[in-house]
Ligand binder design. Structure first.
Ligand code: NAD
Length: 281
């Protein structure tokens, strides 16, 4: 069985772990926070059970997937003999660079190192390692077990062999892939952040309620989810970090909406804190 290591067991790390373990990878998931690892385990088991109840998977898949998973705070153990490591920690360049330097030291020279960044440069991250040809961005979407796409972003030195290998792994995880040449925000985050920011500007200007902005986008423009609901799902702190990076790299068009900044300052981070543009149980 092939091994994948995941660094960071938050919203995305746990989702990627779910998809990889269900599709027959031995998955080792690492976090600095033991509580985050406990929560990730509970989340994955609950989501697998929900899928089994809805007959999307067999009850035996739940047991098999859970047996494929190992949770650990020891990074060295996690990455040993992994063919791929996927980093899914916070969207902060200095943190990602620090982790990639550690991964470069701890993993086998043949291991591919991928980042799940939403906006940032795999070239910049890869340049800090001794294997920039084996560094790539694999941008998964939330919730990972329901979303079909992985956006693959090639850095300046990423080899075609690396792209082909992660495509193959993506396909084993039953995902579709698109190949993108590196530019801040890639295709999806660049478009999505702009739509979300405009929805927040509309709300701030009192043009319509959150419910009506989302309803207009769903029923008028056929979006499966409203942009404000989606921002709440992503986490408003994560969205603000993405906007700040795009503003810094691409300019004025991406200036974060003041209402988004205000919500983050108030600790209203969306679904994960129970309040954002909407209230949650
Ligand atoms: P999150 O805050 O939910 O989880 C981050 C996890 O990383 C936490 O559990 C934290 O304890 C852990 N962590 C922090 N430092 C660490 C370290 N040194 N070693 C190991 N673990 C560490 O974040 P998230 O929403 O899952 O986002 C992770 C990445 O995925 C970000 O780069 C984000 O931009 C990207 N992303 C997020 C979404 C989304 O919808 N949330 C979608 C696509 C991509």
């Amino acid at each position: 069985m092939k091994k994948i290591a995941i660094v960071g067991s938050g919203v995305m790390g746990r989702g990627i772990a779910y998809a990889a373990s269900l599709n027959d990878y031995e998955v080792h998931i690492n976090d600095v926070n033991p509580e985050a690892l406990r929560e990730a385990k509970t989340y994955i088991e609950k989501e697998l059970n929900k899928s089994a109840e809805k007959n999307f998977i067999h009850p035996e898949d739940v047991i098999r997937s859970m047996n494929n998973l190992t949770f650990s705070t020891d990074l060295k153990d996690c990455v040993e003999e992994a063919e791929l490591v996927i980093e899914a920690v916070l969207e902060k360049m200095d943190l990602k660079v620090k982790i990639f330097k550690e991964l470069d030291d701890l993993s086998s020279p043949s291991t591919i190192l991928a980042t799940n960044t939403s906006t940032m440069s795999p070239t910049e991250i890869g340049a800090q390692t001794s294997r920039p040809d084996k560094v790539i961005a694999m941008h998964f979407f939330n919730p990972v077990h329901k979303m079909k796409l992985i956006e693959l972003i090639k850095g300046l030195d990423t080899s075609q062999e690396t792209v082909d290998k992660v495509k193959e792994i993506g396909s084993q995880m039953k995902k579709e892939t698109v190949e993108v040449n590196e530019f801040p925000g890639f295709v999806t985050s660049r478009m999505n952040c702009l739509i979300g920011n405009e929805a927040m500007n509309l709300l701030m200007e009192g043009v319509a309620s959150a419910e009506d902005i989302d309803k207009a986008m769903k029923l008028g423009l056929n979006h499966p989810m409203g942009p404000l609901e989606l921002a709440d799902l992503v986490g408003l702190d994560s969205r603000l970090r993405n906007m700040e990076y795009l503003y810094q790299t691409l300019g004025e068009k991406y200036r974060p909406c003041p209402l988004l900044i205000k919500y983050v300052k108030a600790g209203k981070l969306g679904k994960k804190t129970g309040t954002g543009f909407y209230q949650y149980e």
